[in-house]
Design a binder for this molecule. Structure first.
Ligand code: G3P
Ligand code: MG
Length: 251
């Protein structure tokens, strides 16, 4: 078994900034996660039409903002004016879509580690992987720990590897883990897999961990399940439940 670095990051990761208690992928969500003691956050990053990296889960703006259409078809100037908070609740009205620049400044100032999920607009995988890796390298220069880059898109991860090989990478798997997972991790020089909880078994975790790779599991909103996964040897879990699944309870 090759020797690989273990997981240097926190065990609990706030999902999409701070899950569902604040509008996902916003600074408001990250402030809430930080206030609850989370020292690591996962968020979804993609590119505007003019190549600015920003936080948004879907291709389209419709679900989480007050406008419709795809982020990839709008300039950053247009996107920066969007309301990404009102859809969630009135108290977050006017909360903007953050740029990756703004998130780097916030997380670094607050000593919070990052998992940047590269979430390319459909078909823009290579360009998005390359640009986000380039930005991650520059924006986190000199950080205690570099951001962990992850993606469901192997094309995006390959582009990230080509652009910034020194940044750690993890491959996201949406459903069943393919039997050739180790080959994929080797090809993409990934440290491990970020798995869907619904497809995560003890045998699978042990197989991956025994091969020297990391396992992080999303999205775990049940405390007993979180403990079980960690007991199996998972390195970390992602949660939306930042009010009840607290880092202080998992030390
Ligand atoms: O990175 C873990 C998780 O966020 C992947 O799924 O759809 O919530 O981005 P999704
Ligand atoms: Mg995500």
């Amino acid at each position: 078994t090759p020797c690989r670095p273990d997981w240097p990051y926190p065990t609990l990761i706030a999902h999409r900034g701070a899950g569902h208690h604040a509008p996902e992928n916003t600074l408001a969500a990250m402030r809430m996660g930080a206030a609850q003691g989370f020292m690591m956050m996962e968020y979804d990053a993609k590119l505007s039409r003019d190549g600015v990296a920003l936080l948004l889960h879907d291709d389209a703006l419709d679900r989480t903002t007050n406008v419709s259409g795809n982020a990839a078809d709008k300039t950053w100037a247009e996107l920066a004016a969007v309301d990404a908070g009102s859809w969630h609740s009135a108290q977050y009205a006017g909360e903007p879509i953050p740029s990756l620049h703004a998130i780097a400044a916030f997380t670094r100032a607050n000593h919070i580690h990052s998992n940047i999920e590269i979430k390319p607009h459909t078909g823009l995988d290579a360009e998005t992987g390359k640009q986000i890796a380039r930005l991650a390298r520059n924006l986190w220069a000199g950080a205690t720990l570099p951001p962990l880059l992850s993606s469901f898109s192997e094309t995006a991860l390959q582009a990230a590897l080509d652009e910034a090989p020194e940044l750690p990478r993890a491959l996201l798997i949406s459903k069943e883990v393919p039997t050739d997972w180790a080959k994929r991790l080797q090809r993409l020089e990934c440290q491990g897999l970020n798995l869907n909880d619904q497809y995560t078994t003890r045998a699978l975790v042990e197989e991956i961990r025994n091969a020297g790779y990391t396992v992080a599991v999303w999205t775990v909103n049940n405390r007993a399940r979180a403990q079980e996964l960690l007991d199996w040897g998972c390195n970390a879990i992602f949660t939306d439940e930042v009010q009840t699944i607290l880092p202080a309870d998992f030390v």
